[in-house]
Write a new protein. Structure first.
Length: 260
């Protein structure tokens, strides 16, 4: 299958080739090919159940944790296939972090949530952990809101704050790629705006791939858009091209609201 790639690409961070994902006998993703450009936001759009989240989870081997799931093809990160038998999936998930649809803070303090990853990886120095927490919370645009209550429960935060805390928790382990599965779908418009502004800041230092059901959100925050339909990756291009000059009629039908 011919490789679909976005135009105006700069550095290549991830290269997905002939990716297939099966849940038992169900063929969820079919021969998908996508090049992910570093320090850009790539949005995955399409109707519910079309394979967007399944594709996203394949980018850091999350399907390893799903009984009955099987993945074929290659997903290269800086030229190395993350599905090679010699590659440790824990290392992959360290470099390719995941933010889920609903905020999932641990029932611990704000501080303990942020430094959970560094502590798992062996960091014990209190000053280093405090510095990491501040740095990560600042990057997640949350520090000013929580700096006086770091040792209070994370569960006391609002939904939008909890989602930014989860982003800070991912940032604390210094990933290179951040995957986001509809990170604002459960949030109000003000909290959504903060998450979108944050994504715009994050792409200065990270590569971001986001699943979104909101075409308006994809248009606002992404550089590249990929359209999925029934497990097929139909079309990829710059976001402006996909929304104004799609090459495939199915993409145009979805963008203009004829279905989905």
């Amino acid at each position: 299958m011919q490789l679909i790639e976005a135009q105006e690409s700069t550095g290549l961070k991830m290269d997905v080739r002939d990716l297939n994902v099966f849940y038992g006998s169900f063929h969820a993703i079919k021969d998908a090919n996508l090049r992910v450009t570093e320090q850009m936001v790539t949005a995955l759009i399409g109707p519910s159940g079309c394979g967007k989240t399944t594709f996203l989870r394949a980018l850091n081997r999350m399907h390893d944790l799903t009984p009955g799931a099987n993945v074929t093809g290659t997903v290269s990160l800086d030229g190395t296939n993350i599905y090679d038998s010699s590659v440790d999936p824990v290392v992959v998930r360290h470099r390719v972090g995941m933010v889920f649809q609903r905020a999932n803070p641990f029932p611990k303090s704000i501080f303990e949530n942020v430094v959970y990853g560094p502590k798992i990886h062996g960091e014990r120095n209190r000053d280093a952990l405090l510095s990491c927490a501040e740095k990560s919370l600042r990057r997640a645009a949350l520090w000013d809101e929580v700096k006086d209550r770091l040792f209070r429960s994370a569960l006391d935060l609002s939904g939008g704050q909890q989602q930014r805390l989860c982003i800070a928790r991912v940032l604390a382990v210094e990933p290179e790629v951040i995957l986001m599965d509809e990170p604002a779908s459960a949030l109000d418009p003000i909290a959504t705006s903060k998450i979108e502004d944050l994504i715009g800041e994050l792409k200065k230092d990270y590569t971001v791939v986001i699943v979104t059901h909101s075409m308006q959100q994809a248009a606002r925050i992404s550089d590249i858009t990929a359209f999925f339909l029934l497990g097929d990756l139909i079309e990829v291009g710059t976001t402006s091209e996909i929304f104004t000059r799609p090459k495939d009629r199915r993409t145009e039908d979805y963008i203009t609201g004829r279905y989905g």
